[in-house]
Design a protein around this ligand. Structure first.
Ligand code: ZN
Ligand code: ZN
Length: 131
């Protein structure tokens, strides 16, 4: 790994809760003042290709990055956009039959639950009480 890539990788780990490329860039820039956003993107995509980190997609275009390679589910707050791990009994039905009329070879399934985080739910409650 190049020094840049090590710093990008460590930053994804340090930021913890599923940062976006821009959040990673903002942090990496403090350590490597000359670094460009495209360099950070390039290093992130190499780390993803190598299986060192994962991407998480939610609502919107933004890709989030995750250093936690264990099987786990994500939830995104539809209000603040934050992506978190979620511990839930929610289980993907294993009876899904990957055979399909359309002829696709099914390889993976991306699931991000969408909801309202406790902080946003609280804020909504307070606003309701104020009204
Ligand atoms: Zn929220
Ligand atoms: Zn995660």
């Amino acid at each position: 790994m190049t020094k840049q890539r090590v710093i990008v990788f460590n930053t994804v780990k340090a930021l913890g809760s599923h940062p976006t490329a821009f959040e990673i860039f903002e942090r990496v820039r403090k350590e490597l003042p000359g670094v460009s956003l495209s360099t950070v993107y390039r290093n992130l995509s190499i780390l993803v290709d190598q299986g060192d980190i994962l991407t998480v997609r939610g609502i919107g275009q933004e890709v989030h990055y995750d250093h936690n390679l264990h099987d786990h589910y994500h939830v995104q707050c539809r209000i603040c956009g934050k992506v978190s791990d979620i511990h839930t009994d929610f289980i993907i039905p294993s009876c899904i039959n990957p055979n399909n009329e359309e002829g696709y070879i099914i390889e993976d399934m991306l699931i991000t639950l969408i909801g309202v985080c406790p902080e946003c739910a609280n804020r909504m409650k307070v606003e309701d009480e104020d009204a």
